[in-house]
Ligand binder design. Sequence first.
Ligand SMILES: Cc1cc2nc3c(=O)[nH]c(=O)nc-3n(C[C@H](O)[C@H](O)[C@H](O)COP(=O)(O)OP(=O)(O)OC[C@H]3O[C@@H](n4cnc5c(N)ncnc54)[C@H](O)[C@@H]3O)c2cc1C
Length: 351
Amino acid sequence: MTITRFDTLIIGQGLAGSALAWHLIGAGQRVCVIDDGHVSSSSLIAAGLINPLAGMRFNLRPDTDDCLRASARWYAELQQFFGPQFHHPLPMLRLFRSAQQRRFHARRLEDPGSAALLGARFENGDCPEPVAAPFGGFAQHRTGYVDLPLLLATLRDWLMADRALRHGVVALQDIETDASGVSYRGMRAQRLVFCDGARLRSNPWFSWLPLAPDKGEILNVRDANWTSRHIVNGAHWIVPLANGEMRLGATHDHKYVDSGVTPAGRDVLLAAYAALRPDADVDVTAHRAGVRPGTVDRHPFIGRHPERPALWVCNGFGARGALTVPWYAACLADHLTDGSPLPPEADIRRL
Ligand SMILES: Cc1cc2nc3c(=O)[nH]c(=O)nc-3n(C[C@H](O)[C@H](O)[C@H](O)COP(=O)(O)OP(=O)(O)OC[C@H]3O[C@@H](n4cnc5c(N)ncnc54)[C@H](O)[C@@H]3O)c2cc1C
């Protein structure tokens, strides 16, 4: 049998596998990505929100500066290379959900590291968009969204043109490793990196990693009398799209982690919309679901298998992939090409 040789095989062409392939190919490696046509893709379902102060307490995580810088740089680099705009910077209105959240915001104001992210406060009556905001809110900066379906399709075509993408389900039982590398059905490489998203939980080598899969449902809606000019983010969020539709999301379910849509998920989202705009005339134009590859400690999983040195993982980006993947995929590519250290908070040796 003819053997085709690569430096790196990558399983999965979601955002993580695409970004890693981009950086490794840029560094001169021979790469082959294998994907099954996004059967279980979280990236294709995601709204791609970039929100550096996520969560109820508006916490600023230590990796945020690195992630903001790396994501802005990578999406701009892709735009320059391919043409289309992938990253859409857009201000976000954070709607307080309770009086307690106003206090979290006041605390955040005392932190000089967050100053560049915090804009003007508003009360219910002067919210810049026609939505109910009973506890008021504030404008947030350095937010936006990434058009992930466009980005994945563009990178898929680029990988195919470079003969660096194969279509198919990787049969994990056919992967063989030895001291000098890895073989899979006529391919030989120094290493194989799993960028397989939430399917990591059935991966024979990495299922021990504490993944916390989180199913999410999301709607596309049209409101007869309104298109937001901001991302609106309260208990749920609304993202305006270029075609006049808005994405409305998302639900969270840690128990039933399949990727089927449910009437209950749709009802939750439409109830959230009605709470924001009680008399709105709204049409649902799409309803999708996917599984976020969340982790128990909320940090990604990057690194090498402790006993199979040819096997690596780049996963666990949870609900923050659009912001975090560009930084961590670049760190892993640097590690694989010049031995730069991996960020300790993401390195799986922490586990
Ligand atoms: C409803 C919802 C809303 C979200 N909203 C946001 C958001 O606003 N902002 C944000 O940053 N993130 C959001 N996310 C999370 C985001 O999708 C993830 O952080 C990120 O996209 C994960 O990318 P990934 O490449 O690790 O995984 P995935 O995108 O899941 O990619 C894995 C790929 O590997 C393939 N694969 C797996 N196993 C095999 C195999 N054996 N053989 C071949 N192919 C295989 C899969 O089919 C898939 O294409 C959301 C997710 C959901 C579900």
